[in-house]
Design a protein around this ligand. Structure first.
Ligand code: FAD
Length: 312
């Protein structure tokens, strides 16, 4: 059987595309390694309309049910290759599937610090998305790891909630950030850069309580430093050191990219005929559940329109 559309990725972008395409009566298959994608990792989502508060897993469950109730098959497999001939041939493990159109919704992977206990403390004081979780740190002390635009804008946002923000960076100045953000950070009194500092240890019993830094990174406020001098007391730490988009398949299909993110038109088309993309894997400026859903919806609709045009 040839599907009208194969969606690679079962996160919010892929799931929403499936809902729209199925409601346009297309034959759709979703193939995703992890159902729900990154959304499942969000311990508390407070910025998805209609939900003041929900766990990421609750949203995953509801999206999966909605997609399945529309008769769409979801296969928990990894796509290893896609070849384009008359149709697209998608290889996932030992299986091969064919489709008229492809949607790449493979998301991106946030870079991690590479220190011990990172996984265990994620959601317990350790975060990877200031836009998502800054609101939990009203009047608290937080650290932001990184020194690029993502880290500086995260620090600026956090400074509106937290009483103190340590911007922990391994270099001696912000050479990789836009000068405007550097100027803005300098103006904000509760942001303190800790240069020449690398995080070497995450410390805390059931949640993050302190971070150990390379010796030079010591804050100016004495009570935030423990007796050993290079452990900084924090209620939370935001890791903002970039992300790696899942664009390997796109590369194989000759899709145009910018900094490894897929470039798309406003209809979510790529430059490669029949290949669409949506969500965190694209060069969109806001990587969130709601924007991934929005792009997925447009992609589902665009595929439908293109198939209708081709039928005429
Ligand atoms: C800890 C955390 C908390 C967050 N909190 C929030 C929040 O509160 N609010 C908010 O709006 N956003 C939040 N986000 C961001 C949000 O989760 C992402 O922006 C969103 O999930 C992106 O959706 P997506 O569908 O583009 O990609 P993803 O959710 O990353 O999904 C990608 C999908 O592609 C699959 N995949 C990748 N490669 C392959 C392959 N080769 N073959 C098959 N499948 C593949 C994955 O398994 C997954 O199913 C958070 C992110 C994290 C990490």
């Amino acid at each position: 059987m040839t599907y009208d559309l194969i969606i690679i990725g079962a996160g919010p972008a892929g799931m929403t595309a499936a809902i729209y395409a199925a409601r346009y009566k297309l034959k759709v298959l979703v193939i995703g390694k992890i159902p729900g994608g990154y959304m499942g990792e969000a311990h508390e989502v407070c910025n998805f309309p209609t939900y003041e508060k929900a766990t990421g897993m609750e949203l995953v469950q509801k999206m999966v049910n909605q997609v399945k109730n529309l008769g769409v098959e979801i296969k928990t497999e990894e796509v290893l290759d896609v070849k384009k001939g008359k149709e697209f041939i998608v290889s996932a493990g030992k299986n091969e599937y064919s489709a008229k159109k492809i949607l790449i919704a493979t998301g991106s992977k946030r870079r991690s610090l590479g220190v011990e206990r990172e996984k265990e403390l994620t959601g317990k004081g350790l975060h990877y998305c200031a836009t998502c979780d800054a609101g939990f740190y009203k009047d608290k002390i937080v650290g932001v790891a990184g020194g690029g635009d993502a880290a500086l804008t995260a620090a600026l946002l956090l400074s509106k909630f937290a009483k103190k923000v340590y911007l922990i960076y391994r270099r001696d100045k912000f050479i990789n950030a836009e000068p405007t953000w550097v100027d803005e950070v300098k103006k904000v009194k509760n942001i303190e850069p800790l240069f020449n500092s690398e995080i070497t240890e995450l410390i805390g019993k059931d949640k993050l309580e302190r971070v150990r830094l390379t010796p030079k990174g010591v804050p100016s406020v004495e009570e935030d430093v423990n007796t050993e001098g290079n452990e900084v007391v924090v209620d939370g730490l935001f890791v903002e050191i970039g992300s790696i988009p899942g664009s390997v398949i796109a590369e194989k299909l000759g899709v145009k990219m910018k900094d490894n993110y897929i470039m798309v038109s406003k209809n979510q088309e790529t430059n490669a005929g029949g290949v669409f993309a949506a969500g965190d894997v694209t060069d969109n400026p806001l990587k969130q559940i709601v924007t991934a859903c929005g792009e997925g919806a447009i992609a589902g609709y665009s595929v439908y329109k293109e198939l209708m045009r081709e039928k005429k």
